[in-house]
Write a protein that binds this ligand. Structure first.
Ligand SMILES: Cc1cc2nc3c(=O)[nH]c(=O)nc-3n(C[C@H](O)[C@H](O)[C@H](O)COP(=O)(O)OP(=O)(O)OC[C@H]3O[C@@H](n4cnc5c(N)ncnc54)[C@H](O)[C@@H]3O)c2cc1C
Length: 505
């Protein structure tokens, strides 16, 4: 067992978006921080979301005006911080008279446009679906529609960039290292982690713990920390399917289903579409969640109600599912449970435990900032708020928009095929130079595994972004899994496992 008994300030449990965001915020305030994640970064819910930085149009129906306003404001804050992995998207909402009246939808969109200090994103427009090109793929019965703005985000990369920023500001980030116990001793915490690869147990002394374990928040409170909370988490499963994209524009669609739920149909990874989601109460282990056939049928049916082109089961290339760790506000209907977050600060014995319930990808930065406010009395000397105007790694484009930056990248690397420059630019932004690492030709990027995957990127991800296994690279740091054949994925995994990279891990 290794002893790391120097006192740290904050021990953060959970390397999803909230844990990574809290670790980043705290490290930037000068606190000594350790973040531990039991699996890979973002392997929990934070790589399985709908990938939208959005106010949440539908939450207006539940009168969640404050939540919507705050999330709308956050859209542009995050867009400025990470313009490589977050970008504006237009959503076409065909009006279906059987579901909600047009005036109600228009009113909702009016509020959506005006609640949240929108500066960069264009506002709503009304569409004539018989004339406007966005209507072309839709069935003729849909004649009126609306188009509004929200933002797209690469959720798993958002987590990694927060962890990277935290580490560059002094935090220690441990992956594949569950927190196995936390005990209060003499006004502080003794925390143990076990490295799942090496078996090493590490022990830390920490003044405070922040529990960002998402769907596992109650497990950490009870089993790990031997504590309790009056708050509860409500686990609600949501699934997505990926199919080949079948419409021409870069816009997304949002359709209303008969059950009043809305389904997103978003362009994804160039030639694909991401369709979701469902809302189903979930009782199993969060690790085991998968999309079941009834959910897939439900999503296909909702889409087929609107489009001329009919999707069939065999069009589904992939599916994935995640568990929302919602704060249990006692509402019966899973769709109605609040998407807001709640803190529970337990100060027993002078060793604080800050438990986080709920939260969205969109609100992680604000959640982290407010979480630190709750700890102000414990760390009176910590630095001020700073994340609202700070870029995330790779997002420091000196106020240039992403397109100007991408143009510059193409000029700097004239030998690179366009899709490859586009891939690096979107994933790594200004850090592309570290990925390319001085290469002057495709050969200089090392072995090619298919699609846009070259050895140089793999080496970067292992050296800088805590990638330890082939799946960390194919599914979370990147989405290469969608662009490689099964054989290519297998060959990559075999190469990785034989390489010096796997030995280093
Ligand atoms: C289907 C679906 C669609 C969604 N769509 C959107 C969307 O479009 N926009 C949006 O803003 N939000 C969306 N959300 C919500 C958002 O994804 C979640 O609120 C968010 O990812 C939760 O992050 P988290 O950090 O709290 O939890 P997680 O990402 O689950 O992170 C918790 C982490 O804690 C780790 N952990 C657990 N126990 C331990 C332990 N003992 N030691 C160490 N680590 C531990 C887990 O492995 C996990 O990685 C969606 C959610 C779902 C399910």
């Amino acid at each position: 067992m290794t002893k790391d008994q120097d006192m740290i300030d904050l021990f953060v449990i959970g390397g999803g978006i909230n844990g990574a965001g809290v670790a980043r915020d705290a490290a930037g305030r000068g606190l000594k921080v350790v973040l531990c994640e039991k699996d890979d970064l973002a392997q929990g819910t934070s790589s399985r979301s709908g990938k939208l930085v959005h106010g949440g149009l539908r939450y207006l129906e539940y009168y969640e005006f404050r939540l919507v306003r705050e999330a709308l404001i956050e859209r542009e804050v995050l867009l400025n911080a990470a313009p490589h992995i977050i970008w504006p998207m237009r959503f076409v909402l065909p009006h279906s008279p059987q579901d909600r009246p047009a005036w109600l939808v228009r009113l909702g969109l009016f509020l959506y446009d005006h609640l949240g200090g929108r500066k960069k994103l264009p506002g709503t427009r009304t569409l004539d679906l018989r004339r406007d090109p966005e209507g072309a793929p839709l069935l003729d019965q849909y004649v009126k529609g609306f188009e509004y703005s929200d933002c797209w985000v690469d959720d798993a990369r958002l987590v990694v960039l927060n962890a990277l920023d935290a580490a560059e500001r002094g935090a220690e980030v441990l992956t594949r290292s569950p927190c196995i116990s936390a005990r209060r001793e003499n006004g502080a915490w003794t925390v143990e982690t076990r490295n799942e690869i090496t078996g090493e147990i590490r022990s830390f002394r920490a003044r405070c713990i922040v529990n960002c374990a998402g769907p596992w928040v109650s497990d950490v409170i009870g089993r790990v920390a031997g504590s309790h909370s009056s708050r509860n988490v409500r686990l609600v499963k949501g699934s997505h399917i990926i199919v080949p994209k079948w419409w021409a524009g870069s816009n997304a669609y949002l359709v209303q289903n008969h059950d009043k739920r809305v389904i997103f149909i978003n362009p994804y990874e160039g030639d694909k579409a991401l369709i979701g989601t469902t809302d189903i109460a979930y009782q199993g282990r969060a690790e085991d969640v998968t999309a079941d056939e009834t959910e897939i049928d439900y999503l296909l049916a909702a889409v087929n109600r609107y489009f001329k082109e009919k999707l069939r089961r065999e069009d589904v290339l992939h599916s994935f599912s995640g568990v929302r760790p919602l704060f249990d506000d006692g509402k019966g209907n899973p769709s109605a449970v609040t998407r807001d977050y709640v803190f529970d600060l337990d100060q027993t014995g002078g060793a604080p435990l800050l438990n986080v319930f709920g939260g969205k990808i969109t609100t992680f930065r604000e959640l982290a900032e407010r979480g630190m406010h709750r700890l102000r009395e414990i760390f009176p000397a910590m630095g001020p708020d700073w994340t609202e105007t700070a870029p995330l790694p790779g997002g420091d484009m000196a106020n240039a928009d992403y397109e100007s930056f991408a143009e510059l990248l193409r000029e700097l690397h004239p030998w690179m095929p366009r899709p490859l420059v586009q891939h690096y630019g979107r994933l790594y932004g200004t850090r592309t130079r570290d990925v390319v690492a001085g290469a002057l030709s495709l050969q200089g990027l090392g072995r090619h595994f298919g699609g846009n995957l070259y050895e140089a990127e793999v080496r970067y991800l292992v050296a800088r972004e805590w990638a330890l296994r082939p799946d960390d690279i194919l599914y979370r740091r990147t989405k290469h899994y969608l662009h490689l054949t099964e054989d290519q994925r297998r060959e990559f995994a075999e190469w990785f496992d034989r390489s010096d990279l796997a030995q280093a891990a």
